[in-house]
Design a protein around this ligand. Structure first.
Ligand code: GLU
Ligand code: ZN
Length: 294
């Protein structure tokens, strides 16, 4: 089996140091294993994606010394695939429509008896307002213009065994190897995440899982901030009968004050370092990475 890694930027802002670290890591891993490094453009959010950002990101990655095979997969070309997968999940009674606004979710999650709302990988854990009672899953055609949520209780019944994957980096608790979640923790800490938003017809989670499978990705290096999202991805892989790659969660690149780098942090944009005359080798040094493999 060919070792295949990928870097999957969203063209919604500049490539910053943290992205460069992920990309270089994925690239170096592939080179050291005689594998393939792929690039994918995650542009499902058409309101925030810009061709200028995409061009700049590709340019910065090439400047860093990375190369990848063409054609580059782009998510906006794959909407039919995402909608087919939603149909499959819908027909199996795993989804339900949700008409709550963000404000509704915040209000019912912080009802006085509930205490502070729990935060999951997608923000406030959905309190289940629209969730159908077991056995009353909606039938009929899948509604097109509403958010669709994954019923985690139904997912648990469908999958049974708790989701697990192999970690070669480290979990936030420093664990490596076989990482297993438990369903209780999934229900409490992740909850019924939205797999489709009304304006988007898909979600980051659904797309990323279908794309990694379509590109036969075997290793996903990504920041530790996505560790919880990985559990969602493994659940979707089980439900959609897709292989689970190995995951490598890596340290987050922080600024001088130890703060996480936000996308908008232009001071850490690779383009700024380029303007300031830094070289790719110096960027690798700043990131504490070995020199480019030959
Ligand atoms: N587009 C995502 C990002 O930029 C990809 C992360 C991932 O799935 O590894 O954060
Ligand atoms: Zn709802």
């Amino acid at each position: 089996m060919t070792f295949i890694t990928r870097f999957a930027p969203s063209p919604t802002g500049p490539l910053h140091l943290g992205h460069a670290y992920s990309a270089l890591l994925a690239h170096d891993m592939a080179r050291s294993k005689d594998g393939v490094f792929l690039l994918r453009i995650e542009d499902i959010d058409q309101t925030r994606s810009r061709p200028e950002w995409e061009a700049q990101i590709l340019n910065d990655l090439a400047w860093l010394g990375l190369n990848w095979p063409a054609p580059v997969m782009r998510q906006s070309d794959r909407m039919q695939t995402y909608s087919d997968a939603l149909q499959t999940l819908w027909q199996r009674g795993l989804l339900y429509p949700c008409t709550c606004t963000r404000r509704d979710v915040a209000a019912s999650a912080s009802a006085p008896q509930e205490g502070a709302p729990l935060l999951g990988p997608d923000g406030i854990v959905y309190p289940g307002t629209c969730r159908p009672a077991p056995g009353t899953q909606p039938k009929g055609p899948m509604p097109a213009d509403t958010a669709l949520r994954l019923d985690m209780r139904a997912a648990e019944r469908a999958i049974g065994a708790p989701p697990h994957f192999t970690e070669t980096g480290a979990s936030p608790k420093g664990e490596t190897g076989r990482i297993q979640s438990d369903w209780e923790q999934v229900r409490q800490g992740i909850g019924d995440i939205a797999l489709a938003r009304s304006a988007m017809g898909t979600s980051y989670h659904l797309s990323v899982v279908l794309d990694d499978a379509a590109q036969s990705v075997t290793m996903v290096p990504r920041g530790a901030d996505l560790f919880e999202a990985t559990t969602i991805h493994v659940i979707l892989q089980r439900l959609l009968d897709l292989p689970t790659p190995v995951y490598h969660h890596h340290r987050l690149i922080r600024d001088g004050e130890g703060k996480r780098l936000a996308k908008r942090d232009d001071a850490r944009a690779i383009s700024r370092y380029r303007q300031d005359g830094l070289t790719p080798a110096l960027i690798r040094e700043m990131l504490d990475m070995p020199h480019a493999p030959s």
